[in-house]
Design a protein around this ligand. Structure first.
Ligand SMILES: *[C@@H]1O[C@H](CO)[C@@H](O)[C@H](O)[C@H]1NC(C)=O
Length: 268
């Protein structure tokens, strides 16, 4: 999808949104050397019954009449999906979005359900990726089974210790600017406290969460997907600079700061 790239003077802080398609790039921006981190980045194949709450959001482009994986998302109840604001912003309408649950393959299987309504956080801000969170209400309910199950929302103000391994999964690129897998990937990324993360990026607020280290991260196409700790979706894949580069953790929307919005949108 789209991305935003901000060259913040000398800091090389480039903010990239982790979605597929239309990767736009300024030609003179710093491009890190390829293949530094062969291998979500650094992950392994997984099966959907290990992460039965993940969905693949599919976007059907009315101009080209083609559909494909765009972003990840999390099932939070029988007809509600949690995702990132930037996955569904701009001109996207519900009729162009479908959700595939219950399959570990990018383009087949599982339950494919059309979206009825898109609710983006009212204070979502696309240039800084503030409040990068959205809810999709579906036209029909999931049929829950061992491959399709909701994930819990974290308690308000939930705290996580530095370095705690958090599980992120998705069909995003295997490395920065790399190709995307057919099969679902997962990887554990260490939690980076906000104070530390704010020294790296300029857009870190209490509503942000950071995780990752050199070699393990989310990447383009993982946007909107789940970051999980215990049985809670503690984050929504949002942005970060590059993927899995030393000193640049991934950034997430901190779910525990959005319980009011999520609860309201869920009932719409
Ligand atoms: C992961 O899945 C891909 C595609 O299904 C397959 O080609 C590859 O061999 C798998 N890798 C491992 C380590 O099982």
């Amino acid at each position: 999808m789209k991305l935003q790239l901000f060259l913040i003077f000398c800091s090389l802080a480039i903010n990239v949104v982790f979605c597929d398609e239309e990767i736009i790039f300024t030609p003179d921006s710093y491009v890190p050397p390829p293949d530094r981190h062969p291998r979500i980045v650094g992950g392994v194949n997984t099966t959907i019954d290990e992460v039965p709450y993940i969905i693949s959001m599919r976007y059907c482009n009315p101009l080209t009449d083609t559909c494909g994986h765009r972003c990840g998302g999390s099932i939070i109840n029988h007809n509600t999906v949690l995702t990132a604001g930037h996955c569904v912003d701009r001109t996207i309408i519900p009729e162009q979005i479908w959700v595939r649950a219950g399959s570990d393959l990018r383009n087949q299987g599982g339950q494919l359900i059309p979206v009825r309504r898109i609710i983006i956080h009212p204070e979502y801000e696309r240039t800084q990726l503030f409040n990068d969170i959205a809810i999709l209400k579906l036209t029909a309910s999931f049929r829950f089974n061992s491959r399709v199950m909701p994930i819990g929302l974290p308690p308000r103000g939930m705290s996580i210790r530095k370095g705690t391994p958090l599980l992120v999964s998705g069909w995003g690129a295997l490395l920065w600017q790399g190709s995307s897998p057919e099969r679902l990937q997962k990887v554990y990324v260490p939690y980076v406290p906000n104070e530390e993360c704010a020294r790296i990026y300029g857009n870190i607020r209490v509503t942000s969460l950071c995780a990752g280290r050199e070699g393990v991260d989310a990447c383009q196409g993982d946007s909107g997907g789940p970051l999980v700790y215990k049985n809670f979706v503690v984050g929504v894949v949002s942005g970060g600079s590059f993927c899995a580069f030393d000193g640049f953790p991934g950034t997430y929307a901190r779910t525990s700061e959005f319980l009011g919005f999520i609860g309201q949108a869920m009932s719409m």
